[in-house]
Structure formats: structure tokens, C-alpha cells
Design a protein around this ligand. Structure first.
Ligand code: PHE
Length: 488
């Protein structure tokens, strides 16, 4: 493992620029892109949502991505250490703790959903169709695949930064991309695919309202892995010679490209077979298997699709496990393996109620908190939604006003000298970035927070339409809903 001169210990470091990009893109590209992005787009009006999403990614998500990378590389520390080292003694250290908690607790239910994708891949390969609502209600099948998924994640993380995460991301990301192209090729050549393409590409601007904007921003945070302290950790493994600006842009572009391509896999096929694009979270697990069943040799494409989802999920889950592990091993790198195993096992145990929350256990399926029903949904609301928004807000305030943008700009311009050079009208990219971090991000994120707390809901005269799912559900809420929205 290569060690930089600036690194004061044996924490590990990315071996190359490509290594960082693949690992960070691997984290960003996940269930959020392939499973969540298409159904959220379908629920929010298609092309118009996609446009708003793109604006959110590049105007809010990318500036915050630079915030995290700069903080990580400047401190060379995990999220808690990063706040302690850059400005000791501020309460922002608690933001670091929230980062560890968000990654850990989201891993506990992300692993459950990832387990479902493995079972669905297997069901396509063996050509034994699974009924989604029945499958997720059976702990006897859900728990073993969940355990297997967590074990795989532990195995990769315990191998270390370069030999584990970097190596596997470099292999798995191109595989994922090729699998996507195969499915898109099939989807686009189906008879009737053009209706789906026009739904996906012709925006109807009347569909854009406040809620759509907020949904798009929430999706952007979730998908870019921004607001989890994850990019602080990954930034801390980045050598000073690497360019934060271009690396960050590569990661954001790759993540966005995969999300957009996921739409090209899903919508042409959904329209070609007359399915409902607004089917909600079940779009992947309920609608798509039906689409595959109607295709010639559909099981081959189905198997590729669900393997793709599993691969995307594993490159994301390793990054979620890495954040708490980095906290435990920052001062004692030899303990990496032990820390990965301990944290992973703990994540599995805490995840058991989520695995039982879709009919497996009446108690965990029906419990209610903050307007959500079921343990998985509650975890998602608390850690995958609220925590994330609070962290993003606190990060922009910390770097904009407490640590101040100057040291961050200095960090970013190392490896990217043009960042501080005046460009158009004598303004430098650094000045634009600082303006966004100090003013635009805190204001916009505060709006998202208000929305997430449900304060806007009271004003809306009509309740949002329920996702139309296609089958009966065993629990009070639809299992598709329970599996829903690791985001706002
Ligand atoms: N960005 C990932 C996705 O789209 C989720 C994720 C968030 C992964 C944070 C790791 C850390 O699914």
C-alpha cells in the first residue's frame, strides 16, 4: 500500500487517480441510481424531473462534494477526526458522529434490499419467478442472503483501501457498465419502445413544483453519496497531487450517467409492455420481472439486470462500512480486519428488524414513528433522510463560516492550480464555489429540511397519490412502500 509523505500513519491511500474515481463512483453508483432513480422519475413526471435533478446535482451536489473532499484531504482523517483536526473543540464534532451513524444505520437496511436483488438475480437464473410481497415476508430466505451480502462487504473492506476497495471497484464498475449497455440495447429495440423514450426525454414543465424540486435534491444527495461524510473519508485517502475538482466532476458525471442510463433500461421496456411508469418502488421488483417474462430469452436479461443491481449495491455498501471502520482504525491500522468484522456483524444484527419489517414480524412491520410504518421505513426516514440533510447543512455552515472557505480553497487548489485563477469577468472558480457553499447551499438545504420535517405537507390541499402497485400486500403499508425511498 503506498503511503504519502503527508500521511502521518499507515492509513492507506488510493494507488492512482483512476483508483479513487472508481471507488468513489462505486460508492455513488448504487441502488439509488438503478432502482430508485427510475421510479422516482416515474412518480414525478418523467423528463421534467430529470432536468431539475441535473440542476441539483451540479449546482448543489458538486459544491458539497468538494467540501467533503477538501475537508477529508486537509485533515487526513475520518469524519469525526476531520472536524477535530481542522477546528478543535467545536460542537461540529457531533456532525462527524452523525456521519458515522448515517453510514452504519443505512448499511443495516441497504444490505437487506441488496439481499433482495441477489435473490431476484437467482430467481431469474433458475427461472423460478418470485412474488415480491411473498418473498420479502419470509425471514427464512431474506435473512441468509442479507447475511451473505454483509459477509461479502466485510471481506472486501477488511482487505484494505487499495487491495480491497480500489481493486474490486476497478473490476466491478466496468462490469456494471457493460451489463447496463446490454440491457439498454434490448430495451431500446423492443417494439413500442419509442413511447418510453419520449416520456423520458420530452419535459412537461407544468409538472415542476416545489415538491418535485425537493425530491430531486434529496435524490441527488443520496445518489452522489454526499452528506454522509463518506467523501471526507475517501478524500482523506487522496494524495495531494490529485485534482479534487476534476476527480469530483468525474465521480458526479459517472453517477449521473448511470442514473440517466438506468432510465433508458427501464422506461422503453415499461412502455413497450404497457406497464405503469409511476408504479413506485415496486417498479424494479414487481414490474420489471413481468417485463422480462414477456421478452424472448427474458430470463437472461433479467439475470443480467439483477446481477447489475447487486454489483452496484456492493460497491456502495463497502463504502458505508468503510466510514465507521476508518474511525476505529485511524490510529491503529493493524486493527482493520477486526474492526470490519465487528462493525459488519453488528450491522447485520441491527438489520434483522429491517429484514423482518415487511411481513416477517408483525411487531416490526407495524410499528410507527414520524409518520412512517415499519422498522425499515423508520430507519430510512431517520438516518437515510433527516440525518443526511442535517449533515449537509452542517457541512456547508462549517466550511462556509467556521473553518472558513480560505483553507478549503487552499486545499482544493493543491493539485488544481487554476481553481484560484480569475476566469470570466475576473471571477475565479474558487470564488463561485465559496459563494455557493456560504449562501446557496445552506438556504436550499434548509428548505429541504423543512420539507423533510413535513412542514410543507400541511399546506398541500391534496394528499400525494399513492404509488400504484400491482399486487396485494401482506402488511399495513405496501411492501413496495416499505422498501422505499432511502431519501426524501
Ligand atoms: N449513493 C449510493 C446509492 O446511490 C448510496 C450510498 C450513500 C452509498 C452513501 C454509500 C454511502 O445507492
Amino acid at each position: 500500500m503506498s503511503i504519502s509523505a503527508s500521511s502521518d500513519d499507515d492509513r492507506g491511500q488510493w494507488g492512482s487517480k483512476l483508483g479513487f474515481i472508481m471507488a468513489a463512483a462505486g460508492s455513488a453508483v448504487g441502488l439509488g441510481n438503478i432502482w430508485r432513480f427510475p421510479y422516482v422519475t416515474g412518480e414525478n413526471g418523467g423528463a421534467a424531473f430529470v432536468l431539475v435533478y441535473l440542476v441539483c446535482v451540479f449546482l448543489i451536489g458538486v459544491p458539497l462534494l468538494y467540501v467533503e473532499l477538501a475537508l477529508g484531504r486537509a485533515s487526513g482523517r475520518n469524519p469525526v477526526g476531520a472536524f477535530q483536526k481542522t477546528k478543535p473543540g467545536t460542537p461540529f464534532m457531533f456532525t462527524g458522529i452523525l456521519c458515522l451513524m448515517a453510514c452504519f444505520f443505512v448499511l443495516t437496511y441497504y444490505g437487506v434490499i441488496a439481499g433482495w436483488t441477489i435473490s431476484f438475480a437467482w430467481s431469474q437464473i433458475t427461472q423460478t419467478p418470485l412474488v415480491f410481497s411473498e418473498y420479502i415476508a419470509k425471514p427464512g430466505t431474506v435473512l441468509p442472503v442479507f447475511a451473505g451480502f454483509i459477509a461479502l462487504t466485510i471481506w472486501i473492506v477488511s482487505a484494505g483501501v487499495e487491495k480491497g476497495i480500489e481493486k474490486w471497484s476497478k473490476i466491478l464498475m466496468p462490469v456494471l457498465f457493460v451489463m447496463m449497455l446490454v440491457i439498454i440495447g434490448r430495451s431500446l429495440t423492443l417494439e413500442g419502445a419509442s413511447k418510453g423514450i419520449s416520456y423520458y426525454l420530452n419535459p412537461d414543465f407544468s409538472k415542476i413544483d416545489g415538491k418535485v424540486v425537493l425530491m430531486a435534491l434529496g435524490q441527488a444527495f443520496f445518489s452522489l453519496s454526499v452528506g454522509w461524510g463518506l467523501m471526507i473519508t475517501y478524500g482523506s485517502y487522496m494524495p495531494k497531487s490529485q485534482n479534487i475538482v476534476s476527480n469530483g466532476l468525474w465521480v458526479a458525471s459517472a453517477d449521473t450517467l448511470v442514473a440517466i442510463l438506468a432510465g433508458f433500461m427501464v422506461f422503453p421496456a415499461v412502455f413497450a409492455f404497457g406497464m405503469d411508469p409511476g408504479a413506485g418502488p415496486g417498479l424494479t421488483f414487481v414490474t420489471l420481472p413481468k417485463v422480462f417474462a414477456q421478452m424472448t430469452a427474458g430470463w437472461v436479461f433479467g439475470a443480467i439486470f439483477f446481477c447489475l443491481l447487486s454489483v452496484a449495491a456492493v460497491t456502495s455498501s463497502i463504502s458505508m462500512l468503510e466510514v465507521p471502520v476508518s474511525y476505529f482504525v485511524d490510529d491503529k491500522p493493524k486493527a482493520r480486519k477486526k474492526a470490519a468484522i465487528m462493525v459488519g456483524i453488528f450491522a447485520f444484527l441491527i438489520g434483522i428488524p429491517s429484514a423482518m419489517a415487511n411481513g416477517g414480524s408483525e411487531f416490526f412491520s407495524n410499528m410507527e414513528l414520524m409518520g412512517k410504518t415499519g422498522f425499515l421505513d423508520i430507519m430510512d426516514q431517520v438516518f437515510g433522510t433527516l440525518c443526511l440533510i442535517v449533515i449537509s447543512l452542517s457541512l456547508s455552515i462549517y466550511v462556509g463560516w467556521i473553518w472558513k472557505t480560505e483553507p478549503a480553497v487552499k486545499e482544493i487548489s493543491e493539485g488544481c492550480p487554476w481553481f484560484t485563477q480569475p476566469m470570466v469577468a475576473g471571477i475565479s472558480p474558487a470564488q463561485i464555489w465559496a459563494f455557493f457553499v456560504k449562501y446557496i447551499c445552506p438556504v436550499v438545504i434548509s428548505l429541504v429540511l423543512v420539507n423533510a420535517l413535513g412542514l410543507f405537507d400541511k399546506e398541500s390541499p391534496e394528499p400525494a397519490p399513492k404509488p400504484k402497485t400491482e399486487q396485494a400486500v401482506p402488511t399495513q403499508t405496501s411492501p413496495e412502500d416499505n422498501a422505499s425511498s432511502p431519501s426524501q
